[in-house]
Design a protein around this ligand. Sequence first.
Ligand code: MN
Length: 133
Amino acid sequence: MSFSAEPSPLAGKRVLIIEDTVENLRLFRAILQLEDAVILQAERARAGIELARTQAPDVILMDMQMPDMDGLTAIILLRADPTTRHIPIVVVTASAMNEDRQRAHQAGCNGYITKPIEPSSFAAQIAAFMQTS
Ligand code: MN
């Protein structure tokens, strides 16, 4: 089911959510399930990287602050690995600072969304970043 009459660009896409705050995880998952996306999730960066390697998701949503590893390091590791280097990564972070945005792009992310997210446009933002990557 989608909010619009158009088929969602995320329908059938495998979205890996790497996010340690369970409330955020639940919100993102609920929104993306309405778009008929297939959700994979990890609450820690290392577990997320492992899922990226083994499950080949179509896109990764990356939190920047996690207990075991920061998102920047996780992006660098994903971009250094031939198995995962092509997967679009969209950062979803509380930091709206330009420096953080620049660092994330330098590390190799394809898009950057700041929290709190806008539920009505979240899926479209992700889909747009996937197309430009
Ligand atoms: Mn976090």
